[in-house]
Write a protein that binds this ligand. Structure first.
Ligand code: WTA
Length: 661
């Protein structure tokens, strides 16, 4: 706070950082940005020279995102052939960087760590690739990965990329049913997992969850389960094994040759699927391809974190999310970065763990989520100030809007005012950062993702679909394709067009609301669709509702988001029970419904509140009025507005009388 009691609202790039930055002034950013829009061929063509291409491209870019002009299609680097794993690993080993550390692995417990060099990674990628080949996995095959944050996770992703297989990483916190749903959709023959993992003090038996998933219908494509023996979490003799299907990693991978063929694939060859929640139906398999994704992930990593060879980078995200794909496995490795890979949680054994790790490895670039920042902030400054943190240069945040108070704490307490904060807005679908400061060039404003990255042309639309010029707010859309953009939803191109391109013709629809200020800075306002952002994780209201209704006692459910000081948003569920149930029902009913959601989706989707609803507020045509439910959930019933259009306005009184019951 300044002397007159006002908070600083704009922060210039730190001088030392700026002096050596890749992009070191706002003018330089603007010049590059303008060129990226005016002459994408020259701009991306020059950047693409930094990669290895088995065959160069003929055309940089070709797209149609306007459904009124025909099917949506997006292609980058047409005619080129390359390989993601070669560019992430082999290229650096061949350039003499084999001894460089790729991963400083830090386990869940403080005394667990190991390092993996680029050469060791190359060997392991080849061994896993050879194992997969031996099981009949080939170019275009799907492989499901259900692993915790051990070096074998990125190595397995890269092994798939090396042979042209399509990986689908499922966050190892999703339930057996969620895992089964994803397996049913992508039909892999191989699933890769571990015996178990410890997250904080809590052991999780991952192999058991895989077994449960594979007992569910629709998963019979799986003929091999490769199980890494993670004995520090759960020893191998504690794990049930299905003969003929299950194999221990340690028995079959290390014996494989450390050389494996590279499948040179076309620029638009699918690289991975990642399932994410939308406003309707089941999670959708967002499909990314090869060349554009590579260039997008690598270029954003380089510029947004201002990466250079001497840096040690650390992103706390799990590879089960897009952040772990683009900013653990791919972006950093394309740049030959040395990075920390962390298996644990930021609060174990205590809230100082992250900063102890920063000191241990001299981390200079750190990337995490607002929810983690807020929970560490709540734990108290003493957990931070016991460490030096003098190595920190760039502090990133992603996943949800960051409130200015948390931003300032991150800047002042964690970064000691010496580091630049980059608030990066992007999505599973965008593949890479979209709106973000460049740390040496763009002055930051707490709570704003600032300005678009190179090649990204955002716009804000009003209700009628008209572009808002200058300051104003509305729906955030993007006006043209960019290299790392999703190409389709696996197996459902119609849903892809419907979700992203039919809302406003000619634009990619993000699902977020945004405001532009007088300096052209963009402030993300959060989701405008039925997606709840819990601790930076996307959960569809429809998914939670269908999980609740899956319980035999639940007749109807309506789920809304409520603001939460640490998690950003939490899940608030209104539930109607079958028949002539009395309200409130016995406590066991609540427990059973919560258990049902955890079983169907996973612990991250646990409703914070179940609010009993003998009936839900509906219009005369039977539509649930979520606006009213949101107000009741947020304790803003004084702002319910007009409820006379309800079929039965007395429903509201009954709901209010059952609050907290
Ligand atoms: C939200 C995560 C505000 C947003 C990379 C988006 C953010 C959704 C930010 C995507 C940010 C992500 N500021 N909101 N810096 N970053 N979001 O697909 O609502 O898991 O649409 O990708 O997270 O979540 P996803």
């Amino acid at each position: 706070m300044s002397a007159n009691g006002e908070y600083q609202t704009s922060y210039d790039p730190p001088k030392d950082l700026q002096a050596q930055a890749h992009v070191n002034s706002l003018d330089e950013y603007k010049r590059m940005y303008d060129q990226s829009l005016k002459d994408p061929e020259a701009f991306w063509g020059k950047i693409a020279e930094d990669f290895y291409w088995k065959k160069k491209w003929d055309v940089i870019e070709k797209h149609n995102i306007d459904t009124s002009k025909g099917p949506v299609s997006i292609e980058w680097f047409l005619g080129a052939q390359t390989n993601l794993a070669y560019n992430a690993v082999d290229r650096h080993v061949e350039a003499g960087m084999g001894d460089r550390v790729a991963f400083f692995w830090e386990g869940n417990d403080v005394d667990q760590s190991r390092t993996v060099t680029y050469k060791q990674l190359q060997d392991q990628v080849c061994q896993v690739a050879n194992f997969l080949l031996s099981k009949g996995v080939k170019k275009g095959s799907d492989v499901t990965i259900y692993l915790p944050m051990i070096p074998e996770l990125p190595a397995t992703m890269l092994a798939c990329a090396r042979i042209g297989a399509v990986h689908s990483v499922v966050f190892a916190g999703f339930s057996a049913e969620s895992l089964a749903g994803r397996i049913e959709d992508s039909r892999p023959s191989v699933v890769v997992t571990t015996s178990g993992v410890k997250r904080g003090a809590k052991p999780i038996e991952l192999k058991k969850i895989v077994d449960e998933a594979l007992a569910l219908p629709g998963t019979d494509s799986v003929t091999t389960v490769l199980v890494y023996d993670h004995s520090i979490a759960l020893p191998r003799n504690k794990v049930a094994f299905t003969e003929g299907r299950d194999v221990w990693w340690q028995d079959v991978v290390p014996g494989q040759p450390t050389e494996a063929p590279i499948e040179w694939v076309d620029a638009e060859h699918p690289s991975f699927k990642l399932y994410t929640s939308g406003s309707t139906g089941k999670p959708k398999g967002v499909l990314h391809t090869t060349a554009g994704y590579m260039v997008g992930a690598a270029t954003t990593f380089k510029y947004v974190f201002d990466h250079r060879a001497s840096d040690v980078y650390w992103c706390t995200a799990d590879c089960g999310w897009i952040t772990g794909h683009s900013y653990v496995t791919y972006g950093p490795l394309f740049n030959a970065a040395s990075q920390v890979v962390f298996e644990g949680v930021p609060t174990y054994p205590d809230a100082g763990r992250c900063w102890d790790i920063v000191d241990k490895y001299n981390v200079s670039l750190f990337y995490t989520a607002p929810t983690a920042i807020r929970s560490l902030m709540a734990a108290g400054d003493e957990f931070v100030t016991r460490s030096k943190r003098s190595s920190l240069r760039v502090l990133g945040t992603v996943g949800e809007p960051i409130n200015p108070e948390a931003w300032r704490w991150y800047n002042e307490v964690v970064g000691g005012g010496r580091a630049a904060i980059v608030d990066t807005w992007w999505q599973t679908e965008t593949g890479a950062h979209m709106i973000t400061p460049l740390p040496g060039a763009i002055p930051a404003k707490p709570g704003s993702a600032t300005l678009p990255f190179f090649g990204v042309e955002p716009a804000i639309l009003d209700e009628s679909g008209k572009e808002v010029e200058g300051p104003g707010q509305g729906y955030l859309v993007v006006k043209r394709s960019w290299p790392s953009m999703l190409r389709t939803i696996a197996g459902d191109h119609a849903r892809f067009e419907q979700t992203y391109f039919n809302v406003y013709k000619g634009y990619y629809f993000t699902g977020d609301g945004a405001r532009r200020d007088e300096d052209g800075y963009i402030w993300i306002l959060g989701r405008v669709d039925d997606v709840i952002n819990v601790s930076g994780h996307r959960i569809g209201t429809a998914e939670v509702e269908s999980a609740l209704v899956g319980h035999h006692l639940c007749a109807e459910a309506a789920v809304v988001p409520v603001e939460h000081a640490i998690k950003g948003q939490v899940i608030y569920a209104f539930v109607t029970l079958y028949g002539d149930a009395t309200y409130p029902p016995p406590e066991e009913t609540r427990k059973a419904l919560i258990a049902q959601v955890r079983k169907a989706i996973g612990p991250i989707a646990t409703p914070d509140v179940i609010h009993w609803a003998p009936s839900l507020p509906k219009t005369r045509s039977g539509k649930i009025m979520r606006r009213i439910l949101r107000k009741i959930a947020s304790r803003e019933e004084d702002q319910l507005g007009d409820i006379s259009t309800l079929a039965d306005p007395s429903v509201v009184e009954t709901l209010l009388s059952l609050r907290g019951k």
